[in-house]
Design a binder for this molecule. Structure first.
Ligand SMILES: [Zn+2]
Length: 306
């Protein structure tokens, strides 16, 4: 006689008894366990509202505590203004918390810059000055996050100059744009996008279908997809939806996770956000989970294993 559950993998001889059940139960829950390794947060802002010049509501020890409790060991930091990133980079507490800062130049000095940066030459000058200045954690490694609410603005003169600069200096670009704007930004680099390391924030927040994301990944070999706020990513129980699971398995080296702490509420939810990532990462093969969680980001910027 055999005991049988609906899943044929769990067909076991009755004589295995309670111990057999127990070990199968443990094995199946281990399979579904949350990812427990290090995380690379590829989309972090430490904006002025978080610390208000010094103290609060989320001073450096507070945000580092949230990262530490979440197992976040490296961050792409980009902040409005860039002082937030510089202060994280230079604080001795950051190294003590075991967090590596990968600094990006944010294009915004203030909120007005969100809708004008792509045609404002003073933004280009500010980027040049920041790149020359660097941070205590080393030179800037990228540009962004920037937004294009109207994809046609990807053709703005400053947007074009910045893409050329990024490709020439091998700076990554963190872009919150739609798929049309990705095509436009890529088209205007000297390599027509073959060499531009573009990290696509939210992998398209407007939610282009997985098939379209697949097309973009195939077309641009250095395109990376960051997955915060991505519509349609997770289904029941916080697990990956089938088409996204298939996409990540098809391109295991091309996706990243991020917190997007664009407002203080996101800091308050930081640990929950990371916990949610760990849930769906745990449903992937262990090596793929590790790549999306850590290795992909770490290898982009040559970080050591934590
Ligand atoms: Zn953001």
């Amino acid at each position: 006689m055999r005991l049988r559950t609906p899943d044929r993998r769990f067909v076991i001889p009755a004589k295995a008894g309670i111990q057999g059940f127990l070990s199968l139960f443990l094995a199946s829950s281990a399979f579904a366990a949350d990812y427990a390794g290090p995380l690379f947060d590829a989309h972090l802002h430490y904006n002025v509202e978080a610390f208000n010049g010094a103290e609060g509501p989320h001073p450096i020890p507070d945000v580092l505590g949230r990262m530490q409790r979440s197992g976040v060991r490296a961050i792409i930091s980009n902040s409005r203004p860039n002082d937030g990133t510089r202060s994280l980079a230079q604080s001795p507490l950051t190294a003590q918390a075991g967090v590596t800062v990968v600094p990006f130049v944010r294009l915004y000095r203030n909120r007005a810059d969100y809708t004008n940066w792509f045609r404002d030459d003073t933004i280009y000058d500010m980027v040049q000055a920041e790149l020359a200045r660097g941070t205590a954690a080393g030179p800037y490694r990228g540009i962004g996050e920037f937004h294009l609410y109207d994809s046609a603005n990807a053709k703005g003169p400053v947007a074009l100059k910045l893409m050329v600069l990024a490709e020439e200096k091998d700076l990554a670009v963190l872009a919150h744009v739609d798929d049309t704007a990705v095509d436009l930004l890529m088209a205007h680099t000297p390599s027509k996008g073959a060499k531009l390391r573009l990290i696509w924030a939210h992998t398209g927040i407007g939610g282009p279908p997985a098939a379209r994301v697949d097309q973009m990944m195939a077309r641009y070999p250095r395109l990376m997809g960051e997955l915060s706020y991505r519509p349609g990513l997770t289904c029941e129980g916080g697990k990956l939806c089938p088409e996204w699971r298939a996409l990540i398995l098809k391109y295991p080296g091309r996706f990243l996770v991020g917190s997007d702490t664009w407002v203080n509420q996101r800091w308050q939810a930081y640990e929950d956000t990371m916990k949610a990532y760990r849930t769906w990462l745990g449903d992937l093969p262990a090596d793929v989970a590790r790549r999306v969680a850590w290795d992909n980001g770490a290898s982009l910027f040559g970080l050591k294993q934590p």
